[in-house]
Design a protein around this ligand. Structure first.
Ligand code: 4AZ
Length: 250
């Protein structure tokens, strides 16, 4: 998160978890991969583009896990809880950067349930949720705090207060550079604050409801480019169908 604020104890952020990558199991080094959101005791949502490049055997191994129950992804507070991945599902119609990250959503099932005091699921936006332009929302993450500085991740969870951008304005802005903004996306921007690299997969929340997933954007916290989020209200049936079918197998 560029700009914004550190998160204090409140219910708002309890659904945010980090996805952590451990390149060598014999070494302590860990890296922040993405964010994710708890939506159920065993399930979380993230962006498909967070997992797509990673081979299946790595996702299902101890190299990758979710860390919850803490505001610090790096382990500098002791009460964190790690969750290994039992199963996952990328959206079938996610076609990657070539298709401008359309359908950028994925489900992750964890082996250890989210039962920590600071781990709480959030409701997902229904089909009928209305995204009203200029209303405020909050995006959470541990990603870059400086868009021009590699590895400027935040150890503590941050939040950015953003507003939903008029959809046709967002379309037009991106048409000028031939970037497609689809009906499965929602745009939002803040004043000198934004989501950025490393925040991908994390929650955008309004009215205690998950309405977006951090997906992409041309820059971070620029006056010209809003951030683009996966529009959750397009996916409740997909989410329920996947949870039902994967619950049968694991
Ligand atoms: C990224 O690189 C990224 N400002 C995520 C979100 C935004 C820009 C870039 C939105 O993952």
């Amino acid at each position: 998160i560029v700009g914004g604020r550190l998160v204090h104890k409140n219910d708002d952020y309890l659904s945010a978890v980090s996805i952590i990558y451990r390149p060598h199991l014999k070494k302590d080094l860990i890296k922040l991969a993405c964010g994710a959101t708890i939506i159920h005791k065993y399930w979380s949502l993230t962006a498909s583009h967070c997992l797509k490049p990673i081979p299946n055997r790595l996702i299902m191994s101890k190299h990758i896990f979710l860390r919850g129950n803490t505001t610090y992804w790096d382990g500098s507070s002791k009460h964190y809880q790690d969750h290994f991945i039992a199963d996952y599902s990328l959206h079938e119609d996610y076609l990657g950067p070539q298709n401008q990250f359309d359908n950028d959503i994925a489900l992750l099932k964890v082996k250890e349930p989210f039962t920590g005091v600071y781990e709480k699921p959030v409701c997902i936006a229904s089909r009928s949720y209305t995204y009203i332009e200029n209303t405020s929302a909050v995006v959470f993450g541990w990603g870059f705090t400086d868009p021009h500085k590699q590895d400027s991740n935040s150890k503590a969870l941050k939040a950015a207060d953003i507003r939903i951008t008029n959809f046709s304005t967002c379309l037009k802005i991106h048409e000028s550079i031939n970037k497609m903004v689809s009906a499965r996306m929602v745009c939002a921007w803040g004043h000198k604050t934004d989501s950025c690299t490393g925040d991908s997969g994390g929650p955008m929340i309004q009215n205690d409801t998950l309405i977006g997933i951090v997906s992409w954007g041309m820059e971070c916290a620029s006056d010209h480019w809003p951030g683009i989020y996966t529009r959750i209200s397009e996916f409740p049936e997909w989410i329920l169908r996947k949870i039902k079918s994967l619950s049968k197998t694991t």
